[in-house]
Design a protein. Sequence first.
Length: 153
Amino acid sequence: FKKGFAFPDWAYKPESSPGSRQIQLWHFILELLQKEEYQGVIAWQGDYGEFVIKDPDEVARLWGIRKCKPHMNYDKLSRALRYYYNKRILHKTKGKRFTYKFNFSKVVLVNYPILDMANCPFFLTQNHFNGGSAAPDCSPEVRRVWWGDRKRD
DNA sequence: CCCGGAAGGA
DNA sequence: TCCTTCCGGG
């Protein structure tokens, strides 16, 4: 990455880092959001970065399978999502049931390398809502505008 | 449903 | 540290 592009440290956790050993919930959410077969379960809806959990029980079940937590449910999963509020990874869309919104100015898609940006969920969202308009280039300026150039807290 | 404190696991 | 579990309260 170019300098002046202050991505948060937690986005750079190496594989060996204990914190990144296990899949993180927001990675998993993004993963589901990216796959068409889960659009009946969870999908982008509304504003950019906003998504709706259409089938909370199913999302919880899937998450439980991934984490080997057979007793996972939406109550517990949503608690984990609430911990993202302070981290500014997510926030709640108030008044809209099961609806949350990614804070893309903070979230860096670690699982989606810079070269794979055309497939990143944010651009998919853009395409989805803009009738398939071409994704913008990956210049630092574009990224600054779209993702923010926020420095570390 | 949604919120956040508290405790605890790996 | 990132949830998982449980829960009283709004």
